[in-house]
Ligand binder design. Structure first.
Ligand code: ITT
Length: 200
């Protein structure tokens, strides 16, 4: 069965295709099926935004479509930046600028607990849905460390590994990350769905 991943990011497609390959599913990007759907992320939760993306792409393509939404939630900031993680501090900031801003907003605070969260949603043309969620707990470091990954990885510290996400290899990160956990749950649910719907 062919699934469209609601993203412009080819790296996300590769990651998902690799994990789902042994289910015999094909994951293609919007570009590969000739659509570019602008989805306004107006939801108030990761789940709502993931569902909005999946539904919009499913309606544009007529194919089962997968949307995801992720972000970093800091306890003492009441869950910020949360669903606004990609645009924390406004359009002018890059990843390093957003990390600096977050460190600045936590300056002098010792409670640095935080988690990353991902929700993956799949919308089928039949009206059926699948959803999976993943989380990874950690703390916000006092300074950036490491050069791998993207986004807030240099300041997201995993206590028992004594490393930030940016100090892990891609494989080490995927084994514990919010996205890895969500993808593994999604894969289980998709395998069950495919067993129940052998005709697609
Ligand atoms: P698309 O919606 O186009 O797929 P995006 O960048 O918005 O891409 P996400 O919804 O997955 O992707 O993540 C939103 C933001 O949360 C992202 O821009 C990062 O700032 C942050 N983020 C999510 N996952 C992350 C991770 O594994 N490491 C570091 N930062 C992450």
């Amino acid at each position: 069965m062919k699934f469209v991943l609601a993203t412009q990011n080819p790296k996300k497609r590769e990651e998902m295709a690799a994990i789902l390959s042994d289910l015999g599913v094909e994951v293609v990007t919007e570009e590969e099926v000739g659509v570019k759907v602008e989805v306004e992320e107006t939801g108030e939760t990761f789940a709502e935004n993931a569902a909005l993306k999946a539904k919009a792409v499913m309606e544009a393509t007529g194919l089962p479509s997968i949307g995801d939404d992720s972000g970093l939630c800091v306890d003492i900031l009441n869950g910020a930046p949360g669903i606004y993680s990609a645009r924390y501090g406004g359009e002018g900031l890059d990843d390093a600028g957003r990390c600096r801003l977050l460190l600045e907003n936590l300056r002098g605070l010792t409670d640095r607990r935080a988690h990353f969260e991902t929700v993956i949603c799949c919308a089928f043309p039949s009206g059926e849905w699948l959803a999976a969620q993943g989380r990874c707990d950690g703390t916000i470091a006092f300074a950036p460390m490491g050069a791998n990954g993207f986004g807030y990885d240099p300041i997201f510290f995993i206590t028992n590994l004594k490393k930030t996400f940016a100090q892990l290899t891609a494989e080490e990160k995927a084994a514990i990350s919010h996205r890895g956990n969500a993808l593994r749950e999604f894969k289980e649910k998709l395998a069950e769905y495919l067993a129940e719907h052998p005709e697609g």
